[in-house]
Design a protein around this ligand. Sequence first.
Ligand code: NAD
Ligand code: ZN
Length: 386
Amino acid sequence: MVGIERVPDPTILNPRDAIVRITRTAICGSDLHLYDGYIPTMEPGDILGHEFMGEVVETGSEVRKIKKGDRVIVPFTISCGECFFCKNQLWSACDNTNPNAWMCEKMYGFTAAALFGYSHMLGGYAGGQAQFARVPFADVGCLQIPEGLEDEKVLFLTDIFPTGYMAAENCDLKGGEVVAIWGCGPVGQFTIRSAFMLGAERVIAIDRFRERLKMARAAGAEVINYEEVDDLIEELKWVTGGRGPDACIDAVGMEAHGTGLMAAYDYSKQRIRAAFDRPLVLREAIQACRKGGVVSIPGVYGGMLDKLPFGASFNKGLVLKMGQTHMQRYTEPLLRRIQNGEIDPSFVITHRLALDEAPAAYKTFRDKQDECIKVVLDPWAEPAAA
Ligand code: NAD
Ligand code: ZN
């Protein structure tokens, strides 16, 4: 359950912290996995939110690059900037930011970087669907935004734009490829546009919501409503001359929707907590991909995936790439693309609300009501009169 509560303002705890007064924040598809209870180690009172930006109001004594008054975006991964992984641009694998590393180590062998507002297993840090946030390792975690770019244009540098971009980059496009993308949510939308930026000749976007398919089409994608085709794999073969897409991107993740026997199997396992994930889309992406192609997975998965066609993946010689986005690799280059006018990320926003309206907004976004694609929240606005 999501609610609004008054909590104490965050304070500087470590010399490399900064406190940010948040001017805009958003709800992400990843928050829905928390909302629906599929990510373990959440606790009552946890503050959600990992897409936020604002003004620095206080810095610790060892913060060097950013200063009070700077306008910054704050990427969702928390990285130290100094470990082996950060030095190798593997920012979401940072070794130093998760105080609860042992929880992850038990499940995954090693810990990933901590994330804002995303379970105790991933650090237990308070998130940014709030008026203020504490940003650890602030010099690494904050990127200063130049004058003249309004919040809505740069807010999605905190997550979904880099995520879509990395998903497309992972396909190793050389130019001229056919890329199929499952999911036309916010992540899917940025993946579509990034695939074109990186040279894809055709993008085939798959979803079932008309408004999301329409937004995909506006970017130049061909679209398939998966509820309107008998056999999606056959359809993808058909539209690629029998060869299959060169790259298949799963921008859906653990809460894939579906019907039929396999879907029923996934839903029931998830319901009785015998599995975290419903890997319907990933199965399709592996099955549909051409031999020697790439399956790129920005969609989030949490546990042991059942009935995955690993044999197909092996015998077709597929490359599988995935992961939480290595944010700091992309924030500056993508900021430049926004400044150059190559893309205005605010195209994806359908709902602008006050933070106080977040509980209802979570439901609207989760259930895809009111043609909702992306919600942006203003922590200081009065809620609109009901
Ligand atoms: P969203 O819920 O708005 O969008 C998901 C879309 O997938 C919906 O439009 C839905 O209709 C569609 N979908 C569901 N089942 C489908 C199916 N069988 N075939 C095709 N489409 C289907 O969420 P979002 O914000 O776009 O996020 C998408 C995924 O990306 C989530 O899993 C989220 O957690 C993940 N994500 C990952 C990262 C990362 O760092 N890797 C960052 C942000 C989000
Ligand atoms: Zn997110």
